[in-house]
Design a protein around this ligand. Structure first.
Ligand SMILES: Cc1cc2nc3c(=O)[nH]c(=O)nc-3n(C[C@H](O)[C@H](O)[C@H](O)COP(=O)(O)OP(=O)(O)OC[C@H]3O[C@@H](n4cnc5c(N)ncnc54)[C@H](O)[C@@H]3O)c2cc1C
Length: 447
Protein backbone atom coordinates (compact mmCIF):
# COMPACT_ATOMS: atom_id res chain seq x y z
CA UNK A 1 0.00 0.00 0.00
CA UNK A 2 1.36 3.39 -0.95
CA UNK A 3 1.32 5.34 2.33
CA UNK A 4 0.60 8.66 0.63
CA UNK A 5 -2.56 7.20 -0.89
CA UNK A 6 -3.94 5.81 2.35
CA UNK A 7 -6.64 8.10 3.63
CA UNK A 8 -8.05 6.59 6.85
CA UNK A 9 -7.53 8.99 9.74
CA UNK A 10 -5.32 7.43 12.44
CA UNK A 11 -7.92 7.55 15.29
CA UNK A 12 -10.49 5.79 13.12
CA UNK A 13 -7.96 3.13 12.23
CA UNK A 14 -7.02 2.62 15.89
CA UNK A 15 -10.65 2.13 16.80
CA UNK A 16 -11.21 -0.21 13.92
CA UNK A 17 -8.31 -2.59 14.44
CA UNK A 18 -6.41 -1.85 17.61
CA UNK A 19 -8.62 -0.85 20.51
CA UNK A 20 -11.54 -3.24 20.29
CA UNK A 21 -10.97 -5.24 23.53
CA UNK A 22 -13.25 -8.13 24.50
CA UNK A 23 -15.62 -5.89 26.48
CA UNK A 24 -15.98 -3.38 23.68
CA UNK A 25 -18.43 -3.76 20.82
CA UNK A 26 -16.70 -4.87 17.63
CA UNK A 27 -16.44 -2.04 15.13
CA UNK A 28 -16.56 -2.74 11.42
CA UNK A 29 -13.45 -1.60 9.59
CA UNK A 30 -14.24 1.45 7.46
CA UNK A 31 -13.93 1.10 3.71
CA UNK A 32 -10.40 1.85 2.71
CA UNK A 33 -10.25 4.78 0.35
CA UNK A 34 -7.10 5.46 -1.61
CA UNK A 35 -6.39 8.26 -4.01
CA UNK A 36 -6.66 5.63 -6.75
CA UNK A 37 -10.30 4.90 -5.87
CA UNK A 38 -12.95 6.37 -8.16
CA UNK A 39 -15.23 8.65 -6.19
CA UNK A 40 -18.43 10.53 -7.00
CA UNK A 41 -20.10 7.90 -9.23
CA UNK A 42 -21.80 9.26 -12.37
CA UNK A 43 -25.50 10.02 -12.27
CA UNK A 44 -26.79 8.16 -15.35
CA UNK A 45 -25.83 9.73 -18.66
CA UNK A 46 -25.79 13.33 -17.46
CA UNK A 47 -22.88 15.34 -18.86
CA UNK A 48 -20.29 15.68 -16.07
CA UNK A 49 -18.38 18.96 -15.80
CA UNK A 50 -15.65 19.10 -13.16
CA UNK A 51 -14.42 22.52 -12.06
CA UNK A 52 -11.06 22.73 -10.28
CA UNK A 53 -10.92 25.80 -8.02
CA UNK A 54 -13.89 27.47 -6.34
CA UNK A 55 -12.99 31.14 -6.45
CA UNK A 56 -14.51 33.99 -8.45
CA UNK A 57 -14.32 32.14 -11.77
CA UNK A 58 -15.05 28.56 -10.69
CA UNK A 59 -18.10 29.38 -8.58
CA UNK A 60 -19.56 31.49 -11.39
CA UNK A 61 -19.05 28.71 -13.94
CA UNK A 62 -20.71 26.20 -11.56
CA UNK A 63 -23.80 28.36 -11.15
CA UNK A 64 -24.27 29.06 -14.87
CA UNK A 65 -23.57 25.49 -15.97
CA UNK A 66 -26.37 24.26 -13.73
CA UNK A 67 -28.69 26.93 -15.06
CA UNK A 68 -27.84 26.50 -18.75
CA UNK A 69 -27.62 22.68 -18.75
CA UNK A 70 -30.34 21.63 -16.29
CA UNK A 71 -29.54 17.91 -16.60
CA UNK A 72 -25.80 18.45 -15.97
CA UNK A 73 -23.76 16.87 -13.20
CA UNK A 74 -21.48 19.70 -12.05
CA UNK A 75 -18.73 19.07 -9.50
CA UNK A 76 -16.73 21.90 -7.91
CA UNK A 77 -13.41 20.98 -6.23
CA UNK A 78 -11.97 23.50 -3.77
CA UNK A 79 -9.18 23.06 -1.23
CA UNK A 80 -10.40 25.78 1.18
CA UNK A 81 -13.39 25.32 3.48
CA UNK A 82 -14.78 28.78 2.73
CA UNK A 83 -14.62 31.42 -0.01
CA UNK A 84 -12.36 34.43 0.55
CA UNK A 85 -12.63 37.42 -1.78
CA UNK A 86 -9.53 39.22 -3.09
CA UNK A 87 -11.66 42.26 -4.03
CA UNK A 88 -12.34 44.26 -0.84
CA UNK A 89 -9.56 42.45 1.04
CA UNK A 90 -7.32 45.55 1.01
CA UNK A 91 -10.16 47.43 2.72
CA UNK A 92 -10.50 44.56 5.20
CA UNK A 93 -6.80 44.98 6.11
CA UNK A 94 -7.58 48.35 7.72
CA UNK A 95 -11.08 47.41 8.98
CA UNK A 96 -13.18 49.28 6.44
CA UNK A 97 -15.09 46.02 5.97
CA UNK A 98 -15.39 43.10 8.40
CA UNK A 99 -14.24 39.49 7.97
CA UNK A 100 -17.86 38.49 7.26
CA UNK A 101 -17.81 40.80 4.26
CA UNK A 102 -14.99 38.95 2.46
CA UNK A 103 -15.35 35.42 3.83
CA UNK A 104 -18.36 33.29 2.81
CA UNK A 105 -19.96 29.88 3.07
CA UNK A 106 -19.66 27.88 -0.19
CA UNK A 107 -22.14 25.10 0.59
CA UNK A 108 -25.18 27.39 0.43
CA UNK A 109 -24.75 28.39 -3.24
CA UNK A 110 -23.83 24.77 -4.09
CA UNK A 111 -27.12 23.54 -2.59
CA UNK A 112 -29.12 26.38 -4.07
CA UNK A 113 -27.80 26.01 -7.61
CA UNK A 114 -27.57 22.21 -7.42
CA UNK A 115 -23.90 21.41 -7.92
CA UNK A 116 -21.68 19.10 -5.87
CA UNK A 117 -19.02 20.82 -3.79
CA UNK A 118 -16.09 18.72 -2.59
CA UNK A 119 -13.42 20.16 -0.31
CA UNK A 120 -10.29 18.52 -1.62
CA UNK A 121 -6.89 19.16 -3.16
CA UNK A 122 -6.60 18.66 -6.92
CA UNK A 123 -3.31 16.81 -7.35
CA UNK A 124 -3.15 15.89 -11.03
CA UNK A 125 -4.91 14.71 -14.17
CA UNK A 126 -5.11 11.73 -16.50
CA UNK A 127 -6.47 13.57 -19.49
CA UNK A 128 -6.27 10.52 -21.77
CA UNK A 129 -8.80 8.82 -19.44
CA UNK A 130 -10.66 12.08 -18.59
CA UNK A 131 -9.90 11.77 -14.89
CA UNK A 132 -9.01 14.36 -12.23
CA UNK A 133 -6.74 13.18 -9.44
CA UNK A 134 -7.64 14.54 -5.99
CA UNK A 135 -6.58 13.86 -2.42
CA UNK A 136 -9.83 11.93 -2.07
CA UNK A 137 -9.70 9.86 -5.25
CA UNK A 138 -10.23 9.95 -9.00
CA UNK A 139 -13.13 11.85 -10.55
CA UNK A 140 -14.40 11.34 -14.11
CA UNK A 141 -15.31 14.22 -16.38
CA UNK A 142 -16.66 14.99 -19.84
CA UNK A 143 -15.56 18.62 -19.63
CA UNK A 144 -12.96 20.02 -17.27
CA UNK A 145 -12.62 23.63 -16.16
CA UNK A 146 -9.35 24.78 -14.58
CA UNK A 147 -9.92 27.86 -12.42
CA UNK A 148 -7.25 27.61 -9.72
CA UNK A 149 -6.04 31.23 -9.84
CA UNK A 150 -2.32 31.92 -9.48
CA UNK A 151 0.83 30.55 -7.89
CA UNK A 152 3.57 32.62 -6.29
CA UNK A 153 6.67 31.92 -8.38
CA UNK A 154 9.22 32.33 -5.57
CA UNK A 155 11.46 30.00 -7.57
CA UNK A 156 12.11 32.95 -9.96
CA UNK A 157 13.93 34.63 -7.03
CA UNK A 158 15.32 31.72 -5.06
CA UNK A 159 15.56 28.73 -7.43
CA UNK A 160 15.03 25.66 -5.26
CA UNK A 161 16.30 27.29 -2.03
CA UNK A 162 13.29 26.16 0.01
CA UNK A 163 14.62 27.80 3.20
CA UNK A 164 14.61 31.26 1.58
CA UNK A 165 11.17 30.60 0.05
CA UNK A 166 9.64 29.53 3.37
CA UNK A 167 11.26 32.40 5.27
CA UNK A 168 9.99 34.95 2.75
CA UNK A 169 6.47 33.49 2.67
CA UNK A 170 6.19 33.39 6.46
CA UNK A 171 7.97 36.65 7.38
CA UNK A 172 7.08 38.92 4.45
CA UNK A 173 3.82 37.47 3.11
CA UNK A 174 2.59 38.73 -0.20
CA UNK A 175 -1.06 38.01 0.75
CA UNK A 176 -2.24 37.77 -2.84
CA UNK A 177 -3.65 34.25 -2.56
CA UNK A 178 -6.47 34.00 -0.03
CA UNK A 179 -6.57 33.45 2.79
CA UNK A 180 -4.11 32.56 5.61
CA UNK A 181 -1.53 35.13 4.52
CA UNK A 182 -4.18 37.82 4.66
CA UNK A 183 -4.42 37.38 8.45
CA UNK A 184 -0.63 37.48 8.78
CA UNK A 185 -0.47 40.74 6.83
CA UNK A 186 -3.32 42.30 8.79
CA UNK A 187 -1.54 41.49 12.06
CA UNK A 188 1.71 42.90 10.67
CA UNK A 189 0.01 46.20 9.81
CA UNK A 190 -1.64 46.42 13.25
CA UNK A 191 1.69 45.76 15.00
CA UNK A 192 3.81 48.06 12.80
CA UNK A 193 5.67 50.56 15.01
CA UNK A 194 7.70 52.38 12.34
CA UNK A 195 10.49 52.08 9.79
CA UNK A 196 10.51 51.35 6.06
CA UNK A 197 8.11 48.86 4.51
CA UNK A 198 9.17 47.70 1.07
CA UNK A 199 6.54 46.45 -1.37
CA UNK A 200 7.74 44.62 -4.46
CA UNK A 201 5.31 44.50 -7.37
CA UNK A 202 5.37 41.47 -9.66
CA UNK A 203 6.24 41.99 -13.33
CA UNK A 204 3.18 41.99 -15.62
CA UNK A 205 1.02 40.04 -16.15
CA UNK A 206 -0.01 39.65 -12.53
CA UNK A 207 -3.12 39.41 -10.36
CA UNK A 208 -5.13 42.66 -10.22
CA UNK A 209 -2.56 45.23 -11.45
CA UNK A 210 -4.02 48.33 -9.68
CA UNK A 211 -4.52 46.65 -6.30
CA UNK A 212 -0.94 46.77 -4.88
CA UNK A 213 -1.08 50.58 -5.14
CA UNK A 214 -4.46 50.53 -3.37
CA UNK A 215 -2.86 48.45 -0.63
CA UNK A 216 0.02 50.96 -0.35
CA UNK A 217 -2.45 53.88 -0.05
CA UNK A 218 -4.53 52.20 2.65
CA UNK A 219 -1.51 51.16 4.71
CA UNK A 220 -0.19 54.72 4.29
CA UNK A 221 -3.52 56.04 5.53
CA UNK A 222 -3.20 53.82 8.62
CA UNK A 223 0.36 55.10 9.19
CA UNK A 224 -0.75 58.74 8.81
CA UNK A 225 -3.83 58.40 11.02
CA UNK A 226 -1.90 56.72 13.84
CA UNK A 227 1.14 59.00 13.47
CA UNK A 228 3.48 56.03 13.04
CA UNK A 229 6.98 57.06 11.89
CA UNK A 230 6.78 54.81 8.86
CA UNK A 231 7.43 54.92 5.12
CA UNK A 232 6.38 52.73 2.19
CA UNK A 233 8.71 52.12 -0.71
CA UNK A 234 6.96 50.68 -3.79
CA UNK A 235 9.50 48.86 -5.96
CA UNK A 236 7.79 48.71 -9.34
CA UNK A 237 9.31 46.89 -12.33
CA UNK A 238 7.20 49.05 -14.69
CA UNK A 239 8.40 52.48 -15.92
CA UNK A 240 5.40 54.19 -14.30
CA UNK A 241 2.39 53.57 -12.07
CA UNK A 242 -0.25 51.80 -14.16
CA UNK A 243 -3.17 51.51 -14.54
CA UNK A 244 -4.90 54.70 -13.26
CA UNK A 245 -1.55 56.49 -13.46
CA UNK A 246 -2.67 60.07 -12.72
CA UNK A 247 -5.17 59.04 -10.04
CA UNK A 248 -2.53 57.18 -8.06
CA UNK A 249 0.26 59.74 -8.62
CA UNK A 250 -2.04 62.48 -7.33
CA UNK A 251 -3.07 60.40 -4.31
CA UNK A 252 0.58 59.62 -3.47
CA UNK A 253 1.55 63.32 -3.72
CA UNK A 254 -1.50 64.94 -2.13
CA UNK A 255 -2.38 62.42 0.58
CA UNK A 256 0.85 60.63 1.48
CA UNK A 257 3.78 62.85 0.33
CA UNK A 258 6.00 61.91 3.29
CA UNK A 259 5.00 58.27 3.41
CA UNK A 260 4.83 56.71 -0.08
CA UNK A 261 7.77 56.68 -2.49
CA UNK A 262 7.22 55.02 -5.84
CA UNK A 263 10.40 53.68 -7.46
CA UNK A 264 9.92 52.92 -11.20
CA UNK A 265 12.02 50.48 -13.28
CA UNK A 266 12.85 48.51 -10.13
CA UNK A 267 13.08 44.94 -11.41
CA UNK A 268 14.08 42.56 -8.64
CA UNK A 269 17.60 41.19 -9.12
CA UNK A 270 18.27 39.58 -5.73
CA UNK A 271 16.34 39.19 -2.48
CA UNK A 272 18.03 38.50 0.85
CA UNK A 273 15.09 38.03 3.25
CA UNK A 274 17.35 37.07 6.18
CA UNK A 275 19.29 40.36 6.11
CA UNK A 276 16.32 42.40 4.83
CA UNK A 277 18.02 43.60 1.65
CA UNK A 278 16.79 43.73 -1.90
CA UNK A 279 18.72 44.48 -5.05
CA UNK A 280 16.84 45.90 -8.05
CA UNK A 281 17.64 47.47 -11.41
CA UNK A 282 16.86 50.83 -9.72
CA UNK A 283 19.30 50.31 -6.82
CA UNK A 284 19.70 48.41 -3.58
CA UNK A 285 17.30 48.86 -0.66
CA UNK A 286 17.25 47.88 3.02
CA UNK A 287 13.94 47.35 4.76
CA UNK A 288 12.53 46.98 8.27
CA UNK A 289 9.46 45.15 7.05
CA UNK A 290 8.16 44.08 3.67
CA UNK A 291 5.36 42.75 1.50
CA UNK A 292 7.37 40.70 -0.95
CA UNK A 293 5.29 39.84 -4.00
CA UNK A 294 7.15 37.42 -6.27
CA UNK A 295 6.23 36.97 -9.97
CA UNK A 296 2.82 35.39 -10.53
CA UNK A 297 2.12 32.37 -12.74
CA UNK A 298 -0.86 30.13 -13.47
CA UNK A 299 -1.83 27.87 -10.55
CA UNK A 300 0.02 24.56 -10.20
CA UNK A 301 -2.96 22.63 -11.66
CA UNK A 302 -2.23 23.98 -15.17
CA UNK A 303 1.36 22.74 -14.86
CA UNK A 304 0.09 19.36 -13.61
CA UNK A 305 -2.27 19.16 -16.59
CA UNK A 306 0.67 19.79 -18.97
CA UNK A 307 -1.16 22.78 -20.46
CA UNK A 308 1.27 25.65 -19.89
CA UNK A 309 2.09 27.67 -23.02
CA UNK A 310 5.55 27.91 -24.56
CA UNK A 311 7.19 30.99 -26.04
CA UNK A 312 9.01 31.16 -29.37
CA UNK A 313 12.15 29.74 -27.71
CA UNK A 314 10.24 26.81 -26.20
CA UNK A 315 10.35 28.27 -22.66
CA UNK A 316 7.21 28.02 -20.48
CA UNK A 317 5.16 31.24 -20.56
CA UNK A 318 3.85 30.49 -17.06
CA UNK A 319 0.20 30.77 -18.24
CA UNK A 320 -2.38 28.50 -19.89
CA UNK A 321 -1.95 27.61 -23.56
CA UNK A 322 -5.45 28.39 -24.78
CA UNK A 323 -7.70 29.51 -27.60
CA UNK A 324 -7.94 33.27 -27.15
CA UNK A 325 -11.63 33.52 -28.15
CA UNK A 326 -13.12 30.21 -26.93
CA UNK A 327 -11.00 29.63 -23.79
CA UNK A 328 -10.35 25.91 -24.25
CA UNK A 329 -6.87 24.38 -24.26
CA UNK A 330 -5.24 24.53 -27.68
CA UNK A 331 -4.30 20.86 -27.42
CA UNK A 332 -7.46 19.52 -25.71
CA UNK A 333 -10.89 21.04 -26.34
CA UNK A 334 -12.48 19.22 -23.40
CA UNK A 335 -10.45 21.42 -21.01
CA UNK A 336 -11.39 25.07 -20.41
CA UNK A 337 -9.64 27.87 -18.52
CA UNK A 338 -11.32 30.51 -16.39
CA UNK A 339 -9.86 33.41 -14.40
CA UNK A 340 -6.36 34.52 -13.56
CA UNK A 341 -4.60 31.42 -14.88
CA UNK A 342 -5.68 32.21 -18.47
CA UNK A 343 -3.04 32.83 -21.12
CA UNK A 344 -2.32 35.22 -23.95
CA UNK A 345 -5.22 36.95 -25.71
CA UNK A 346 -3.93 39.67 -28.06
CA UNK A 347 -0.75 41.33 -29.38
CA UNK A 348 -2.22 44.70 -28.43
CA UNK A 349 -2.55 44.16 -24.68
CA UNK A 350 -1.33 40.62 -23.88
CA UNK A 351 -3.61 39.11 -21.23
CA UNK A 352 -7.08 40.05 -20.03
CA UNK A 353 -6.72 41.82 -16.66
CA UNK A 354 -6.39 39.20 -13.95
CA UNK A 355 -9.37 40.43 -11.97
CA UNK A 356 -12.40 39.04 -10.17
CA UNK A 357 -14.59 40.94 -12.64
CA UNK A 358 -13.02 39.16 -15.64
CA UNK A 359 -12.97 35.75 -13.84
CA UNK A 360 -16.70 36.13 -13.17
CA UNK A 361 -17.37 37.18 -16.77
CA UNK A 362 -15.33 34.35 -18.32
CA UNK A 363 -16.87 31.83 -15.88
CA UNK A 364 -20.25 32.67 -17.40
CA UNK A 365 -18.93 32.69 -21.00
CA UNK A 366 -17.30 29.27 -20.58
CA UNK A 367 -20.55 27.88 -19.13
CA UNK A 368 -22.35 29.24 -22.22
CA UNK A 369 -19.74 27.69 -24.54
CA UNK A 370 -20.04 24.27 -22.90
CA UNK A 371 -23.85 24.49 -22.92
CA UNK A 372 -23.77 25.21 -26.65
CA UNK A 373 -21.53 22.21 -27.27
CA UNK A 374 -23.69 19.89 -25.16
CA UNK A 375 -26.74 21.06 -27.13
CA UNK A 376 -24.92 20.44 -30.44
CA UNK A 377 -25.09 24.15 -31.33
CA UNK A 378 -22.42 26.36 -32.85
CA UNK A 379 -20.27 27.98 -30.16
CA UNK A 380 -20.41 31.78 -30.09
CA UNK A 381 -17.17 33.67 -29.27
CA UNK A 382 -17.93 36.28 -26.63
CA UNK A 383 -15.88 39.10 -25.09
CA UNK A 384 -15.70 40.24 -21.46
CA UNK A 385 -15.20 43.72 -20.07
CA UNK A 386 -13.39 44.77 -16.90
CA UNK A 387 -14.01 47.24 -14.11
CA UNK A 388 -11.92 47.88 -10.98
CA UNK A 389 -12.50 50.36 -8.17
CA UNK A 390 -9.58 51.26 -5.92
CA UNK A 391 -9.77 53.09 -2.57
CA UNK A 392 -7.01 55.66 -2.09
CA UNK A 393 -8.31 57.51 0.97
CA UNK A 394 -10.16 56.19 3.99
CA UNK A 395 -11.21 59.48 5.64
CA UNK A 396 -13.20 60.55 3.71
CA UNK A 397 -13.53 57.35 1.76
CA UNK A 398 -12.54 58.11 -1.84
CA UNK A 399 -11.84 55.90 -4.83
CA UNK A 400 -10.54 55.97 -8.37
CA UNK A 401 -11.34 53.38 -11.02
CA UNK A 402 -10.46 51.85 -14.37
CA UNK A 403 -12.62 50.30 -17.06
CA UNK A 404 -11.48 48.14 -19.97
CA UNK A 405 -13.63 47.51 -23.03
CA UNK A 406 -12.96 44.93 -25.73
CA UNK A 407 -13.91 44.57 -29.39
CA UNK A 408 -12.70 42.58 -32.34
CA UNK A 409 -10.76 44.54 -34.95
CA UNK A 410 -12.54 43.85 -38.25
CA UNK A 411 -9.35 44.00 -40.33
CA UNK A 412 -7.03 41.80 -38.23
CA UNK A 413 -9.59 39.71 -36.32
CA UNK A 414 -7.65 40.51 -33.13
CA UNK A 415 -9.17 41.54 -29.80
CA UNK A 416 -8.55 45.24 -29.10
CA UNK A 417 -8.63 46.87 -25.66
CA UNK A 418 -9.71 50.40 -24.72
CA UNK A 419 -8.71 51.62 -21.25
CA UNK A 420 -10.66 54.35 -19.46
CA UNK A 421 -9.07 55.68 -16.25
CA UNK A 422 -11.18 57.62 -13.73
CA UNK A 423 -8.35 59.61 -12.11
CA UNK A 424 -10.37 61.98 -9.93
CA UNK A 425 -10.96 60.43 -6.52
CA UNK A 426 -14.56 60.71 -5.35
CA UNK A 427 -16.90 59.40 -2.68
CA UNK A 428 -19.39 58.45 -5.44
CA UNK A 429 -16.97 55.83 -6.78
CA UNK A 430 -17.00 54.21 -3.31
CA UNK A 431 -20.77 53.83 -3.61
CA UNK A 432 -20.34 52.35 -7.10
CA UNK A 433 -17.72 49.94 -5.76
CA UNK A 434 -20.00 48.63 -3.01
CA UNK A 435 -22.88 48.30 -5.51
CA UNK A 436 -20.51 46.39 -7.84
CA UNK A 437 -19.42 43.89 -5.18
CA UNK A 438 -23.02 43.40 -4.05
CA UNK A 439 -24.04 42.51 -7.59
CA UNK A 440 -21.07 40.12 -8.04
CA UNK A 441 -21.55 38.35 -4.70
CA UNK A 442 -25.24 37.93 -5.45
CA UNK A 443 -24.29 36.44 -8.85
CA UNK A 444 -22.16 33.51 -7.62
CA UNK A 445 -22.50 33.41 -3.82
CA UNK A 446 -26.27 33.96 -3.81
CA UNK A 447 -26.09 36.58 -1.04
C1 LIG B 1 -5.62 42.37 -2.57
C2 LIG B 1 -6.42 42.07 -3.78
C3 LIG B 1 -7.33 43.00 -4.26
C4 LIG B 1 -8.07 42.73 -5.41
N1 LIG B 1 -8.97 43.65 -5.84
C5 LIG B 1 -9.76 43.37 -6.91
C6 LIG B 1 -10.78 44.27 -7.32
O1 LIG B 1 -10.99 45.31 -6.72
N2 LIG B 1 -11.52 43.93 -8.39
C7 LIG B 1 -11.35 42.76 -9.08
O2 LIG B 1 -12.08 42.51 -10.04
N3 LIG B 1 -10.37 41.88 -8.71
C8 LIG B 1 -9.59 42.15 -7.65
N4 LIG B 1 -8.63 41.24 -7.24
C9 LIG B 1 -8.31 40.08 -8.09
C10 LIG B 1 -9.22 38.88 -7.86
O3 LIG B 1 -9.16 38.45 -6.52
C11 LIG B 1 -8.77 37.74 -8.74
O4 LIG B 1 -8.56 38.20 -10.05
C12 LIG B 1 -9.83 36.65 -8.77
O5 LIG B 1 -9.92 36.08 -7.49
C13 LIG B 1 -9.51 35.60 -9.81
O6 LIG B 1 -10.44 34.57 -9.75
P1 LIG B 1 -9.98 33.07 -9.99
O7 LIG B 1 -11.22 32.25 -9.92
O8 LIG B 1 -9.12 32.97 -11.17
O9 LIG B 1 -9.02 32.77 -8.75
P2 LIG B 1 -9.40 32.66 -7.20
O10 LIG B 1 -10.55 33.54 -6.88
O11 LIG B 1 -8.13 32.85 -6.46
O12 LIG B 1 -9.89 31.16 -7.06
C14 LIG B 1 -9.02 30.08 -7.26
C15 LIG B 1 -9.45 28.97 -6.31
O13 LIG B 1 -8.79 27.76 -6.66
C16 LIG B 1 -8.45 27.08 -5.47
N5 LIG B 1 -7.38 26.14 -5.78
C17 LIG B 1 -6.17 26.43 -6.32
N6 LIG B 1 -5.45 25.30 -6.49
C18 LIG B 1 -6.21 24.29 -6.03
C19 LIG B 1 -6.01 22.87 -5.94
N7 LIG B 1 -4.88 22.29 -6.35
N8 LIG B 1 -7.00 22.11 -5.42
C20 LIG B 1 -8.16 22.68 -4.99
N9 LIG B 1 -8.41 24.01 -5.06
C21 LIG B 1 -7.44 24.81 -5.58
C22 LIG B 1 -8.03 28.19 -4.53
O14 LIG B 1 -8.10 27.79 -3.19
C23 LIG B 1 -9.05 29.28 -4.86
O15 LIG B 1 -10.20 29.23 -4.04
C24 LIG B 1 -7.89 41.49 -6.08
C25 LIG B 1 -7.02 40.54 -5.57
C26 LIG B 1 -6.30 40.81 -4.42
C27 LIG B 1 -5.37 39.76 -3.87
Amino acid sequence: MNRRNFLITPPALALAIGMGGASQPALAAPAIITSNSRILPRDGKKPRIVICGGGWGGMTAARYLRELIPNSDVVLLERNPTFWSGPMSNKWLIDIVSTDFVNHDMQRPANLYGYTLLQTEVTGFERDRKLVRTAHGLIEYDFLILSGGIRNAYDAWFGNDQRAIDYTRTHFPSAYIPNAEMFALKRKIKEFKGGTIVMTLPPPPHRCPPSPYERACLIAWHIKKNRIPGKILILDPKPKVAPIHMGYQTAFQELYPDIITHVPNAKVVEVDPFNKRIKTTAGEFKFDDAILMPPHQAAEMVWHAGLIGKDANGKPTGWADMHSRLFHANSDDSVYFVGDLMGFISDQFGHYPKSGHVANYIGRIVAQNIAERVAGKEVVARLPDNLCYMMVNAEPQEEISVKFEYEVDAASGKVIQTQIDMDVRTEDLVKEDFAWIKEKFSDFLAI
